[in-house]
Design a protein around this ligand. Structure first.
Ligand SMILES: Cc1cc2nc3c(=O)[nH]c(=O)nc-3n(C[C@H](O)[C@H](O)[C@H](O)COP(=O)(O)O)c2cc1C
Length: 210
């Protein structure tokens, strides 16, 4: 598949067939992630592949439990309804995928951040000067992985919603507090073909300066 075609045609898939995804295909997706650029080439990523349906269901239940705790704090009735709807779709559909890749991020301690801290910059100011290089690196790996999944004929979705249950995931998957799950990526043979979502026009987002 041609690169620009893959970039154009990839879309989030949220319903999957039961067909298993062979390990060698998962490995090719993770290989694409492994080759991503990263700040100082630190490669602050690792990937857990969860295929056990019981574990996936436990993870989804942890997300529902967390949403139940959040709903009483919703801003208004509509917000509460949206959170309630997340319990049956947007945050939990990963439980029905044949495989779900949990993307973990190592702590990224850029030395320049330590210097800025010493110089008295606040966290907000430092975030403007060094905007999350670790997270940007892992995000590059995630996009590579999504494109590889698409090129191999699989559907996938980048998910951060379920991470409200991060504490429960940590215990269920045993990855320890030093690493953070930054995304779940359910993967499988698509059981839907949703329309592509609109994008802002290039004119809206591009400006030639100088
Ligand atoms: C950082 C990030 C977090 C996302 N989290 C979720 C999520 O929790 N649940 C979900 O269904 N989709 C999630 N998405 C998918 C977006 O909704 C989707 O990419 C966007 O609507 C554009 O649609 P497309 O991917 O089909 O082009 C996420 C995407 C990104 C980049």
């Amino acid at each position: 598949m041609e690169l620009f075609e893959a970039i154009r045609d990839r879309k989030s898939i949220r319903r999957f067939k039961d067909t298993p995804v062979p390990d060698h295909d998962i490995a090719r997706m993770i290989e694409a992630g492994r080759l991503a650029p990263s700040a100082n080439n630190v490669q602050p990523w690792s990937f857990l592949v969860v295929k056990d349906r019981t574990v996936l269901k436990q993870m989804a239940q942890a997300v529902r439990d967390m949403l139940d705790r959040m709903i009483p704090h919703a801003e208004d009735e509509r917000h509460a309804q949206r959170l309630t709807a997340y319990k049956s779709n947007y945050y939990v559909f990963f439980e029905n995928a044949p495989a779900c890749i949990v993307v973990l991020m190592d702590p990224y301690g850029a030395s320049s951040v330590r210097l800025l801290e010493k110089m008295g910059y606040s966290i907000e100011e430092m975030e403007r000067l060094r905007p999350h290089p670790g997270l940007q690196s892992v995000s590059a790996a995630i996009q590579n992985l999504l494109l590889a999944a698409h090129a191999l004929g699989y559907g996938a979705c980048w998910m951060t919603g379920p991470l409200v249950a991060q504490e429960a995931f940590e215990k269920l998957l045993g990855y320890g507090k030093e690493r953070t799950a930054v995304a779940l990526i359910p993967v499988g043979v698509p059981a839907e073909n949703p329309p592509s979502r609109a994008r802002k026009s290039r004119d809206e987002i591009m400006k030639i300066v100088g």
